[in-house]
Design a protein around this ligand. Structure first.
Ligand code: KIV
Ligand code: ZN
Length: 396
């Protein structure tokens, strides 16, 4: 097992910022409790200056959470930092997370600041935050579109000012994995004091690379990954925690690191978030989607029945999914159908199975899902024609 990286969960901050994912205080507290069970290292609980609701949520989570660090986001303004600290002060392990943009586009059009001004803001914010707590994270918003030399100058200055974590956000999901690993390598080599701090990544999914970018950054020095349950977050979302963690767990020889996530809690956490927000993940979502451990094609079902390793690279139980599903549809084969018939209490011989199979495929061709009740009804009719009427009535 390699050294453990820091899993920083921002479901309650970046995730909650996404349209349709608002949570009230009670819901955020339930999520925070579950995140603690999942054993994330840091819970980013909100952006305290943004609203009274956010402030209260960060304050309550900070008071209740026992084992994780609790972070609150703030811009570099003193008022933001004061408000963040008011919310975080009772946390057992508080972290102030302050940020300012460093890309030319953001400096020119959004902040209307010079590079020198932004650098001064960053340094004074980190110094000010450090007066409240030791753990201060600094994020260079839009880092991946920033000038690398300027980025490393800002990072060096905030390390000197007391930052403990330097976060490299791919704010607009623009980067490609090999570019991200090069940037991380550059920063590890060029930021003064790099050996004293933890490098972090925070990737958005606009081009679908958030998880790959995060993993690529790990290979060249990042030791914290910021992510969310089900990958929720601004626009196309953030790197999905379950995908990051299970990549590391499933391919240990490809990584020098591990996480302390309780992977068996992943599915419950995903379900809780969907229940609270009313937004389900798509069926083909990696790890937690309905189809992640479902097999319909006959060849696959046959393989899984013989040995699940043929088509499953992790066990469903390792992420808290009770079991794999063999979905019976028009692509299914006789072996899976026979297996289901036995589960339903039938004992088809060769000829009987063939009759049931033909009737089943005809039905599966006509409709999307064939239920257990329908399979049992076919079996009752084809395997035992005399009793078919009464048995069909009993199976609903
Ligand atoms: O995407 C981003 O840049 C952010 C920062 C505030 C960390 O969410
Ligand atoms: Zn973000």
């Amino acid at each position: 097992m390699g050294s453990e990286i820091v899993i920083f969960d921002t479901t309650l901050r970046d995730g909650e910022q996404a349209p349709g994912f608002n949570m009230n205080l009670e819901e955020k507290l339930r999520m925070a409790e579950q995140l603690e069970r999942l054993q994330v290292d840091v819970i980013e609980a909100g952006f305290p200056i943004a609203s009274d609701g956010d402030f209260l949520a960060v304050r309550e989570i900070a008071k209740r959470v026992k084992s994780c660090s609790v972070a609150g986001l703030c811009r570099t303004r003193k008022g933001d930092i004061d408000r963040a600290w008011q919310a975080l002060q009772h946390a057992r392990k508080p972290r102030i997370h302050t940020f300012i943009a460093t890309s030319n586009i953001h400096l020119q059009y959004k902040l209307r600041m010079s590079k020198a001004e932004a650098l001064r803001e960053a340094v004074s914010a980190v110094k000010y935050a450090n007066g409240f707590c030791e753990d201060v994270e600094f994020s260079a918003e839009d880092a991946t579109r920033s000038d690398w030399d300027y980025l490393s100058e800002v990072f060096s200055a905030v390390v000197e000012a007391g930052a403990t974590v330097l976060n490299v956000p791919d704010t607009v999901g623009y980067s490609l994995p090999w570019e991200f690993s090069e940037l991380m390598e550059f920063l590890v080599e060029n930021v003064e004091g790099a050996e004293k701090i933890v490098f972090s990544v925070h990737c958005h999914d606009d081009l679908g690379h958030s998880v790959s970018n995060s993993l690529a950054a790990l290979q060249t020095g990042a030791r914290q990954i910021e992510c969310t349950i089900n990958g929720i977050g601004e626009r196309a979302g953030n790197a999905a925690l379950e995908e990051v963690v299970m990549s590391i767990k499933t391919r240990p020889s490809a990584f020098e690191v591990d996480t302390k996530i309780e992977t068996e809690e992943i599915y419950a956490t995903s379900l809780l978030l969907s229940e609270i927000t009313g937004v389900a993940v798509q069926p083909n979502k990696a790890i937690v989607g309905d189809n992640a451990f479902a097999h319909e094609a006959g060849i696959h079902q046959d393989g899984v029945l013989k040995n699940a390793l043929t088509y499953e690279i992790m066990t469903p139980q390792s992420v808290g999914v009770p079991e794999s599903k063999l979905v019976l549809g028009k692509h299914s084969g006789r072996n899976a159908l026979k297996d289901r018939l036995i589960t339903l209490g039938f004992e088809p011989d060769h000829g009987g199975l063939q009759r049931v199979y033909i009737a089943f495929i005809a039905l599966a061709d006509a409709k999307k899902n064939v239920t257990n009740g329908e399979i049992a009804a076919i079996a009752a009719r084809e395997l035992n024609p005399v009793q078919s009427t009464t048995e069909t009535l009993q199976i609903s």
